[in-house]
Design a binder for this molecule. Structure first.
Ligand code: IPM
Ligand code: MN
Length: 353
């Protein structure tokens, strides 16, 4: 098959980890007889430096033309401590999600047999954890209006807004995923306080009879924050709004032992984007030390979700497991063993596909 993939390396370690994913994707293409065309475009601080815009129109065109987008990371410390900056790299990511209609962010959390001992959590709690978040990605407090400051600049406000339609399309994806998994869906909200959460709960309750094989649980976000690290095996599929999902998926990444490992898919009706859940890790940029596995496993999700190619996806997850078992890993998970460079891990994976 012929595939067009947009490459958006972004900032910090983004270019380095994307370069490794490209090696692995090319190796998979060769093995399975696919032809892949890559088209690269700037986003984030890199795009601000070039054009003044963190998500330039030309980059959007490249994404629209592609069958899938592979994205690295966004963020630059020169903007983090400047709350007055008019343009911020993160605006590029939000604009990209919104303009591509990527309303569902699929973030799995699983453990790697050879790494479970790395997690700060007790082994019996995390061995075999396999859960997946469906985080709503284009609504909620990230986008709600009005937002900003009063005239004097002494008050600031953000607005959390959800429509029934936004909740429904995300929830349906969660129900469908649960049907293919262990048939448990947890709706995470704050319905004891927030009107938006009450609409979430009501909407999910209305949909539930259409999925009689799925057991639905409703749980407040503060309780989930606690139970997620206490009994992560209690969860299968979790659906939640944008901000809650942002926070809980960082928390969940601790279960796997390193944030550098977790992939994600951002899905819309017409477009699909794949990115690691980690950030731009500016302290490591250019040093060839960042863990590329989150991005490489995102490429595996790309084969599965964008092209329905399970064998290709499995070839990647298998070789990643092999590298972990054999200790071909970057310094964040090397623990006393030899630490390989980002580029060496990429070369090894590509050679072993
Ligand atoms: C993420 C990130 C982004 C978010 C930031 C960089 C805007 O933390 O993808 O989880 O909050 O969604
Ligand atoms: Mn986040």
């Amino acid at each position: 098959m012929e595939m067009n993939i947009a490459l958006l390396p972004g900032d910090g370690i983004g270019p380095e980890v994307i370069a490794q994913a490209v090696k692995v994707v090319n190796a998979v293409a060769k093995k399975f007889g696919h032809t892949i065309h890559f088209e690269e475009a700037p986003v984030g601080a890199a795009a601000i430096d070039l054009t003044g815009n963190p998500y330039p129109d030309e980059t959007h065109e490249v994404c629209l033309r592609a069958d899938a987008v592979l994205f690295g990371a966004i963020g630059d410390p020169k903007y983090d401590n400047d709350p007055k900056a008019k343009v911020r790299p993160e605006q590029g990511l939000l604009a990209m999600r919104k303009k591509l209609g990527l309303f569902a962010n699929v973030r799995p959390t699983f453990t790697f047999p050879s790494l479970v001992h790395k997690s700060p959590l007790k082994l019996d709690r995390i061995e075999g954890v396999d859960l997946v978040f469906f985080r709503e990605l284009t609504g909620g407090i990230y986008f709600g209006e009005p937002r900003g400051r009063n005239e004097q600049g002494t008050k600031a406000f953000d607005t959390n807004v959800y429509s029934k339609e936004e909740i429904t399309r995300l929830a349906r994806m969660g129900f469908e995923a649960a049907q293919k998994r262990r048939k448990l869906l947890t709706c995470v909200d704050k319905a004891n306080v927030l009107a938006t959460s009450r609409l979430w709960r009501e909407t999910v309750q209305e949909l539930a009879p259409e999925y009689p094989d799925v057991k639905v649980e409703y749980e407040f976000v503060d309780a989930v924050a606690m139970r997620l690290i206490q009994w992560p095996k209690a969860y299968d599929v979790l659906i939640t709004e944008n901000l809650f999902g942002d926070i809980l998926t960082d928390e969940a990444s601790v279960i796997s032992g390193s944030m550098g490992l977790m992939p994600s898919a951002s899905l819309g009706t017409d477009n699909k984007l794949f990115e690691p859940i980690h950030g731009s890790y500016p302290q490591a940029a250019g040093k060839d030390i960042a863990n590329p596995l989150g991005t490489i496993l995102s490429a595996a999700m790309m084969f599965e979700y964008a092209f329905d190619m399970r064998d290709e996806a499995k070839a990647i997850s298998d070789v990643v497991n092999k590298s972990l078992a054999e200790g071909i890993v970057t310094e964040d998970i090397a623990e006393g063993g030899k630490a390989y460079k980002t580029s060496e891990v990429g070369d090894w994976l590509a050679a072993n596909i």
